[in-house]
Design a protein around this ligand. Structure first.
Ligand SMILES: [Zn+2]
Length: 517
């Protein structure tokens, strides 16, 4: 493997840069994110990220324990055995696995279907452990690639059902952490050291080669769920197969394969695979508006696996689509009884109750939902409830949070926030300043940067001396006529100047404005 060395300066400026040795590669590198910070980021984002990816798969605790055991066995021989590793199986059919800084790892139900042995499971887990141990996520944050806002969560957000593109506030970081690409060098590192960990833990590293071959084959089949899941963040290639072959030659074959034990442990999961297939197709049918087909598929899923909360929730979503509030609420209630710590039936119940005019009941469901996973619909409706009660400041807070999601709901919340806030803080939305006409007349000009027309714009112009003291002010003046979105309006102030440079002594304050409809 080609290794780049990074020169670390001896003198560190402004306390921002820190030099360290990468725990896995032992190379010197810049480290802005401390280990404490890494662990904190992982702990804060693990739960909301799991919520946004289908929630935990709770129906087979023995399977989860098995994945945890294999994970801990590898973590113990890793270069950072002291990280607070956690492993969980997510209730998501997309074949995917991810690691967060600090060793928080998740494994989708959908990827377990595709593996053939415990050693292949170890290959995926070893790879993810390297991502955490070698600080790949932290390095991404250091490069700033996770800090560019909500648009980065697009990888998995194209999927309908998981609210991934509706997550708001601080929890957006979690989505960015698990959907961003690490880059080719990081992927090679994760493959290479992951195989080393397999060998140290007693697994046959040959499984990393067969696993990679399976991935290449599946990616050539262009299975959409693979392309949106694992392959978006860990692109497979013949090059990776070849590199794994090379690593295998160095490490030597031999070790535990665990084909039978794996088959035993996933037997229950495999037995309900058809139920989840029906459920996934049912969700798709509902999205296309075919409620009858969706219902048939949901019932098929329940007939195979009657314990799954998501299937009841789908029946709830179908009833909600048909505006049958009572029926929808009953299904959501059943889903909540079956799995009380998943956000979606709470937010859906809140929507159903809100639409039925039962705002107080809606409020408690929405609050519970937002505590599990803050979402745009949750905060947008809480905003409307607060606004209805005349709690303007609280409504604004909620709308502004909802508006942080790059979605239709987010845009609508932003517009509602502005409608509420404009009369109180017109200057926030309407930048204003002095302009001089040909004759030296000074105009108070106001720019409408919002997306709605405004009217009754009241301005006052203040005049300062060269030492910044206010020496004069006009009376409050009305800009007649409305100002369309993106346009400017102005009013003559009666003040004249001789030199354009004198404009610097004037300020325009927007004292009032209304939304024109
Ligand atoms: Zn990877």
């Amino acid at each position: 493997m080609i290794k780049k060395s990074i020169l670390c300066p001896l003198i560190v400026s402004a306390g921002l840069l820190a030099c360290g040795v990468n725990p896995v590669t032992k190379e010197r590198e810049f480290q802005f994110v401390s280990q404490d910070k890494e662990i904190q980021i992982g702990q804060q984002n693990y739960s909301p990220a799991r919520q946004s990816q289908g929630g935990d798969y709770t129906l087979d605790p023995e399977l989860t324990r098995y994945v945890q055991q294999v994970g801990q066995r590898l973590a113990a021989v890793s270069d950072r055995p002291d990280l607070p590793y956690e492993f969980v199986v997510l209730n998501d059919s997309v074949p995917n696995a991810w690691a967060m800084p600090g060793g928080k790892i998740a494994f989708n139900r959908g990827l377990l279907y595709e593996l053939h042995s415990e050693a292949e499971l170890a290959a995926v887990l070893g790879h993810e452990i390297v991502h955490a141990a070698a600080r790949h996520g932290a390095k991404g944050m250091e490069r700033g690639i996770f800090m560019q806002g909500a648009m980065l969560a697009v990888g998995l957000a194209t999927r309908d059902s998981n609210y991934a593109n509706l997550v708001v506030g601080g929890a957006q970081l979690g989505g960015q952490l698990i959907t961003s690409k690490y880059g080719r060098e990081a992927e090679s590192e994760a493959d290479h050291y992951g195989m080393k960990y397999m060998k140290l833990a007693g697994y046959d590293p040959a499984a990393a080669v067969t696993l990679q071959e399976t991935f290449v084959r599946l990616s050539q089949g262009k299975r959409q769920d693979f392309l949106s899941g694992l392959f978006a963040s860990h692109p497979p290639s013949q090059e990776r197969v070849d590199l794994n072959e090379k690593t295998l030659a160095e490490l030597g074959t031999g070790g535990e394969m665990g084909t039978e034990i794996y088959a035993q442990k996933v037997a229950k999961l495999m037995a309900t695979r058809e139920a989840y297939k029906a459920y996934d197709e049912g969700k798709e049918a509902l999205q296309k508006g075919d409620t009858e087909k969706a219902k048939t598929l949901a019932k098929k899923a329940i007939s195979i696996e009657p314990r799954e909360a998501r299937f009841e929730e789908l029946l709830g979503d179908i009833a909600l689509t048909k505006k049958n509030t009572t029926e929808a609420l009953a299904f959501y209630d059943k889903a909540i009884q079956m799995q009380p710590d998943y956000f979606k039936p709470y937010v859906q119940s809140g929507i159903a109750l809100f639409n039925a005019g039962k705002k107080e009941q809606a409020e408690s469901f929405l609050k519970k939902a937002n505590a599990l996973l803050p979402t745009a619909p949750g905060y947008a409706l809480l905003g409307q409830i607060a606004e209805g009660r005349g709690e303007t400041a609280l409504a604004l807070q909620h709308y502004q949070l909802a508006a942080s999601s790059d979605s239709e709901i987010g845009k609508e919340a932003a517009a509602r926030a502005m409608r509420l806030d404009l009369p109180r803080n017109p200057g926030r939305y309407l930048p204003a300043g002095p302009l001089a006409g040909d004759t030296g007349m000074v105009y108070a000009a106001v720019q409408n940067n919002s997306n709605v027309p405004v009217g009754r714009v009241q301005v006052r112009m203040l005049q300062y001396d060269s030492r910044g003291r206010m020496v004069n002010q006009t009376r409050s003046m009305l800009i007649t006529g409305g100002i369309a979105p993106g346009r400017r309006g102005s009013v003559a102030t009666g003040v004249r100047i001789i030199d354009q440079a004198d404009l610097q002594f004037f300020r325009v304050v927007v004292e009032g404005a209304e939304l024109a409809n």
